[in-house]
Ligand binder design. Structure first.
Ligand code: ARG
Length: 258
């Protein structure tokens, strides 16, 4: 009996320690583990031009080009997995993917669940309207109905600022809600707004709703991988490679560093 109790106590302590250790380590892999595996598994929602979108069945875009270059320099390949945006950060958090690339905004809430690379771009949320709209600035939008993509910072902002919100898992559907007149405006990241508005005959308002930096997300505990990644990314930022990529995709570059 006595022995049994001791065993139980030992088992509990072991469990507790294991839990604490895995808690500290997180779900991330080290650079060495990724290099041994040979590939970086990337989660993305390719409905977000010019950052990631489908062209001829392939995922392309600014973030894909940045990742391609970094992975090449680290001697690993890129394995891209497609999903809805609201699955990207949760999937990275549990370690299902090594990295999330989806024009992901860095914020305090997400920082609790994933680690971020250094930011590489300063985005904002834009208001997109039909050309005949009477909404011409942020103030005009008060009390109106807006469409957003589920799980985005646009959704969070619009919900907490008193707008009537219709959320869609696919970014295209949030856009269509506007063109079909279901909402008064579509709130989406500015470069994506510009890229998609032209094709859909929509107007992007000048006044931004928010400003927010983009970065790549990693499972917590990916420390050596994030460090190696940041070193490459910082070089690409400093030597103008990232800015040039934006130009190539017809997008306007804004540095996240003041
Ligand atoms: N920047 C916004 C956010 O982090 C929107 C990202 C949406 N990305 C996408 N690939 N659909 O919430």
């Amino acid at each position: 009996m006595k022995h049994g109790k001791k065993c139980l106590a030992l088992a509990l302590v072991t469990l507790l320690l294991a839990g604490m250790l895995s808690g500290c380590g997180g779900n991330g892999k080290s650079l060495e583990q990724i290099q041994e595996k040979g590939t970086l598994v990337v989660a993305t929602s390719p409905d977000f031009p010019p950052f990631e979108y489908l062209a001829g069945g392939k995922v392309v875009g600014i973030e894909v080009d940045i990742l391609d270059q970094i992975c090449q320099e680290l001697g690993i390949t890129l394995t891209i997995q497609q999903m809805d945006f609201d699955a990207v950060v949760p999937g990275v958090q549990v370690g299902k993917f090594d990295l999330g690339a989806s024009g992901i905004t860095v914020n305090e809430k997400r920082k609790k669940n994933v680690d971020f690379s250094n930011p590489y771009f300063l985005a904002s949320q834009a208001i997109v309207v039909n050309p005949d709209s009477d909404v011409t600035c942020k103030a005009d939008l008060a009390g109106k109905t807006v469409s957003v993509q589920t799980g985005t910072t646009a959704e969070e902002y619009c919900m907490s600022n008193g707008y009537e919100v219709l959320a869609f898992t696919a970014n295209n559907d949030a856009c269509s809600a506007l063109t079909t007149g279901k909402v008064d405006a579509w709130v989406v990241d500015n470069q994506v707004a510009v890229a998609m508005a032209a094709d859909n005959g929509l107007t992007v308002l000048e006044e931004p709703m928010t400003t927010e930096p983009y970065a790549f997300a990693f499972p917590k505990g990916s420390d050596t991988l994030v460090a190696a990644f940041n070193e490459k990314l910082d070089t690409m930022l400093a030597d103008g490679t990232v800015e040039k990529l934006f130009q190539e995709y017809g997008a306007c570059y804004v540095s996240p560093v003041k």
